[in-house]
Design a protein around this ligand. Structure first.
Ligand SMILES: Nc1ncnc2c1ncn2[C@@H]1O[C@H](COP(=O)(O)OP(=O)(O)OP(=O)(O)O)[C@@H](O)[C@H]1O
Length: 601
């Protein structure tokens, strides 16, 4: 048989050699079951095919030409695009190169290149079926290299091998409780949740506690060998592709509930997290999107975070203001919607009338009902996100949100003045009669009260209000109409309009215009002789109380809606704020950005 094999040029030479040696062994020993088994295995076509594949891969890997020179092609792509965008008007070649490089196909190709270069792939191979004697207990011997990460506390072996252990309540045995994605245990692929630990570095752990095991681990050097009994239903835990945007700050250091602080992942509101495992109902495993090669850490699941916030609010409502553990909420909403949500007659929040003062176009009293859906959103946890790629000629509406008087309309006016063809404001609707000199569809779209009321009831308006007996409002259709003509729709609605605007149809890019400190606010507005929008006649400057009100409003907006903002601009120096706004608009036009997953088809 060996001769037949070696004559076959496809047969791996190393395998042929092994078979020959086996035949030599057979000559001097009496053979037996083991030798027959080995012979069968080494002569199987499947093993030969596998060894061939391995040799080819190993050979290719040695080829220097195939090693990626960089793994950040997408970043460089953006930098080149940015450089080219500033030169498009100078050279037609630059313009052509810019449009070629802007193609989403090229971007996807480079993103795929980077993923491969960063080895961001985990092939999921099906379990190899193993025929096993049911009565026979299989034991795994797994050797891991001990990590050099310093131990922060003596509570867990997680930093040493990337896994946590616990005592099984029923059997009293030490079992693997959790495997951290990207840690040594995970990378080995040989240790699974539920595996029973029999020995660590040759020491029998029966009857020992997790702390005893930890001591053994701490005292060992170099490598650590586990003797394990595999769990029955090995968790073939698949890495999920889910990305979420965190809507709150989290620090495992200050979280008393986390099972292992060292295994936790700290993050800030707005961070995009890759959820790699949701196997545990309370503790998910995640990695920051910006730190793709780091090991995963524990974060509270959505359910756990919601419970925690409800618990904290209940404590507060009962006057037992326990120290906040991990959220950094500084603004206290008037009432907890979660605690009052069963009370459907609770009208205290509804029909709040926001009076807008100032010049003609602003004389609208928005009569927005605080939406129940938003009440649910008040417990801000995670929002599933996906990257939205820019489409040539289809621009996302730019929405400027901010405290009354902060400067949203001023920035909007400047943008429209800079390129009136490109930036357009939707024409509002009204039920008031048309005046002399006005053209229907230019100043306003004039409709009957019945029609407008029906459309408001049907949710067609982003915002609406009543002033001197007439209805005014902006419809979602008008925004879409501008987007469809290839212009950039620019809006500066009341902040409560965010809910109506943030839809998969409109896909707005929301910028929070924030006031600077009181001193800077007063100084900049006074030196520019800014006119107060709190004054009906718009004929005086802002008062100190109005500046204070502006700052308070901004804090409230940030607390309620901060997680929905794509950008924020501190409106101190007007010229500088305008420059930042222009770069925000450019970003929304050109970069793939994280948006709610439902916006990406
Ligand atoms: N950074 C700034 N420095 C100086 N003055 C400013 C600045 N930003 C805005 N202003 C001035 O402040 C006044 C109010 O601005 P604007 O009308 O844009 O406010 P607004 O946010 O639209 O307010 P409202 O929502 O009440 O209509 C205007 O006179 C504007 O020119």
């Amino acid at each position: 048989m060996a001769d037949v094999i070696t004559a076959d040029s496809n047969w791996d030479p190393a395998l042929s050699k092994l078979i020959s040696s086996l035949q030599d062994v057979e000559k001097i020993s009496s053979g037996g079951e083991d030798i027959d088994f080995l012979k069968g295995l080494l002569q199987s076509k499947e093993l030969n095919a596998l060894v061939n594949v391995h040799s080819k891969v190993a050979k290719i890997c040695k080829d220097d030409r195939l090693i990626p020179t960089l793994s950040t092609a997408t970043k460089i792509h953006y930098e080149v695009l940015e450089l080219l965008s500033q030169r498009c008007h100078i050279s037609p070649l630059c313009k052509e190169a810019f449009h070629l490089l802007k193609s989403p196909h090229l971007h996807s190709l480079l993103a795929a290149h980077d993923a491969i270069a960063q080895k961001d792939f985990q092939p999921l191979l099906p379990e190899i079926p193993v025929e096993m004697d049911e009565d026979e207990e299989t034991i795994k011997i797994v050797t891991l290299v001990k990590s050099d990460e310093p131990l922060v506390s003596a509570q867990s072996m997680e930093p040493i091998v990337g896994a946590t252990i616990k005592t099984d309540e029923e059997t009293g045995k030490i079992i693997i409780a959790r495997i951290m994605h990207g840690g040594a245990a995970d990378r080995s692929g040989l240790i699974h949740v539920g595996d029973e630990v029999m020995e660590v570095n040759g020491v029998d752990v029966e009857g020992k506690t997790p702390t005893d095991v930890l001591t053994i681990l701490q005292n060992s050097e170099g490598t650590i060998t586990f003797k394990l009994v595999p769990s029955d239903g090995k968790s073939g835990c698949r890495e999920s592709k889910v990305r979420v945007k965190a809507h709150f700050d989290y620090s495992p250091e200050t979280d008393p509930y986390i099972p292992c602080k060292e295994a936790g992942l700290a993050f800030n509101r707005g961070d995009v997290l890759h959820i790699v495992s949701q196997d545990d109902a309370y503790w998910w495993q995640a990695r920051k999107e910006t730190e793709r090669s780091a090991r995963a850490g524990l974060i509270p699941s959505r359910a756990l975070q919601e419970r925690r916030v409800i618990h904290e609010r209940t404590q507060k409502a009962q006057g037992n203001d326990s120290k906040s553990t991990c959220t950094s909420i500084c603004y206290t909403p008037p009432a907890s919607p979660m605690l009052t949500s069963n009370n459907s007659n609770n009208t205290s929040n509804t029909n709040s009338t926001i009076t807008c003062r100032g010049p003609k176009t602003k004389k609208i009293m928005y009569d927005l009902a605080e939406n129940n859906d938003f009440d649910r959103e008040m417990i801000a946890t995670y929002e599933e996100v996906a990257k939205l790629y820019p489409r040539q000629g289809v621009y996302r509406p730019i929405v400027l949100i901010g405290a009354p008087g902060v400067g949203r309309n001023e920035l909007k006016r400047r943008l429209m003045a800079r390129d009136p063809e490109k930036f357009r404001n939707p024409v509002p609707y009204t039920t008031r009669p048309i005046r002399q000199g006005e053209v229907a569809g230019r100043e306003y779209i004039f409709v009957t009260r019945e029609k407008m009321e029906a459309d408001i009831a049907a949710g067609k308006f982003i915002e609406h209000g009543e002033y001197k007996g007439h209805l005014y409002g902006t419809s979602g259709e008008s925004v879409k109409a501008i987007v469809n003509t290839g212009s950039v729709c620019i809006l500066s609605p009341h902040y409560q309009a965010i809910k109506a605007l943030r839809t998969p149809q409109l896909k707005p890019y929301i910028v929070h215009i924030k006031p600077p400190s009181f001193e800077k606010l007063k100084e900049s507005r006074t030196s520019a002789r800014a006119k107060s929008t709190f004054d009906e006649t718009n004929s005086r400057g802002f008062t100190d109380e109005e500046f204070e009100e502006m700052i308070k409003s901004a804090e409230k907006i940030d607390f309620l809606y901060g997680h929905f903002f794509d950008d924020e601009i501190l409106n101190d120096d007007l010229a500088h704020s305008f420059e930042i706004l222009v770069s925000c608009v450019q970003r929304a036009e050109e970069e793939p950005l994280w948006t709610p997953a439902s916006w990406v088809q």
